[in-house]
Design a protein. Structure first.
Length: 394
């Protein structure tokens, strides 16, 4: 069951494991009072204040709502054939993105909005209450603005908190004269238009071999920051380019992917506030190596886990339970580290630390009761753990 909180006060109680994301170790049953979409009180059931509605979650595992801090939902078209070709040895390139751009540009507003709504609804049904949504399959001023607008409209119909990211620098469209010419268009035309419409919270750039250089990335993101947007980066996914160090130097909220990160990159992140957002799904599909989660955690870096659900390299929506399991089974994280990365870590990656991803007084009341008794189920039942109840803060 998925839905917004009741209008009046709600008391949730249970005897199962409660992760905040650290485990609750007080007397049972525990209780959480929700009022005005926020957590107002946490304690034991015997000490709980009165509430208009009381819901017993029994022995279910309860966590904060998951955060998916990296997705690309604004597209149409299918690239399954491309996935099969890569598995047969074809290299990954920006050409596939341009196939999706063509299909997306050809879609009507209703078709694209409906696709985005369906993807957000699938995320929510799988326990993800906050989703970062990128543009990036339009690659023109009008099409990028359309994508961001439709993401906002879709979010209004689903009880999901959406963070919008402008990713005009996802690939170079076929009509552009050169990569530098297109980067100038992103900087000088697209960014001011996005800011004027209040269409995005973040600006992102795909900084990698065959996409955008360090110099072009710095030019775009410096301009974005100057316009008041927060910044993030696709970094060190396909090659070790130094994109992570650039993200740190620019004060990016998050550096994402990091499959080719080395010890120097880990050290750079360790001395910064930039979150390392790791995406094990596409890393597995692309067979390109795994990000160094253990080294990052041991260095004290804040780590987030996200799905990177997109048109061409990981097409599964509602996959955050699988991503949590992959964090533990493939990335050498403990289960509690993986849960924290998908909750508090995801909140940090989106600039929402303290508000989302934690069960604490004053935080938004996003909670999930899972069909499991222990967080180890995310690893044991890889990809199969599903919510019993999802509570969205409204």
């Amino acid at each position: 069951m998925v839905g917004p909180m009741p209008a009046d006060s709600l008391l949730l109680t249970g005897r199962g494991r409660l992760l905040r994301p650290e485990p609750y170790d007080g007397p049972l049953p525990w209780a959480i009072l929700v009022r005005d979409d926020r957590i107002a009180w946490i304690g034991t059931r015997t000490d709980a204040p009165d509430a208009d509605v009381v819901t017993d979650l029994a022995d279910a595992l309860v966590t904060p709502g998951l955060l998916n801090a990296h997705t690309h939902p604004a597209f149409l078209g299918d690239r399954s054939d491309e996935a099969a070709a890569r598995l047969a040895g074809a290299p990954y390139s920006g050409g596939g993105i341009l196939r999706t751009v063509a299909a997306t540009r050809a879609a009507s507003d209703d078709e694209l909005r409906s696709a985005i709504e369906g993807r957000l609804a699938t995320e929510l049904a799988a326990g993800t209450t906050t989703v970062e949504c990128k543009s990036g399959y339009g690659l023109s001023t009008a099409e990028e603005l359309r994508a961001l607008r439709l993401i906002g409209e879709a979010a209004e119909s689903v009880s999901t908190h959406v963070v919008r990211t402008f990713l005009g620098a996802h690939a170079v469209p076929s009509e552009a004269g050169s990569a530098d010419e297109y980067a100038a268009l992103v900087t000088e035309e697209m960014l001011p238009a996005v800011v004027a419409e209040g269409a995005a919270d973040f600006c992102d750039v795909f900084c990698d071999r065959g996409f955008f250089s360090l110099e072009a990335t710095e030019r775009i993101l410096t301009a974005a920051a100057g316009h008041g947007l927060r910044i993030r980066m696709h970094a060190d996914q396909l090659t070790r380019s130094g994109a992570t160090e650039l993200a740190v130097r620019l004060g990016a909220t998050s550096a994402d992917h990091l499959e080719h990160l080395d010890a120097a990159g880990v050290a750079a992140l360790a001395g910064s506030r930039t979150v390392a957002t790791l995406l094990p799904g596409p890393a597995v599909v692309l067979r390109g190596g795994l990000p160094p989660a253990r080294a990052l955690l041991d260095a004290g870096v804040t780590v987030a886990l996200a799905s990177d659900a997109n048109a061409g390299t990981f097409g599964t929506w509602g996959a955050m339970p699988l991503v949590v399991g992959l964090g533990a089974t493939l990335l050498d994280m403990t289960m509690q580290e993986a849960i924290a990365a998908a909750t508090a870590g995801g909140a940090a990656a989106l600039g929402l630390a303290g508000r989302k991803g934690v069960l604490a007084v004053g935080a938004d009341a996003d909670l999930v009761a899972w069909d499991a008794e222990h967080e180890g189920a995310f690893a044991l039942h890889l990809g199969a753990v599903r919510p019993v109840r999802v509570f969205a803060s409204g």
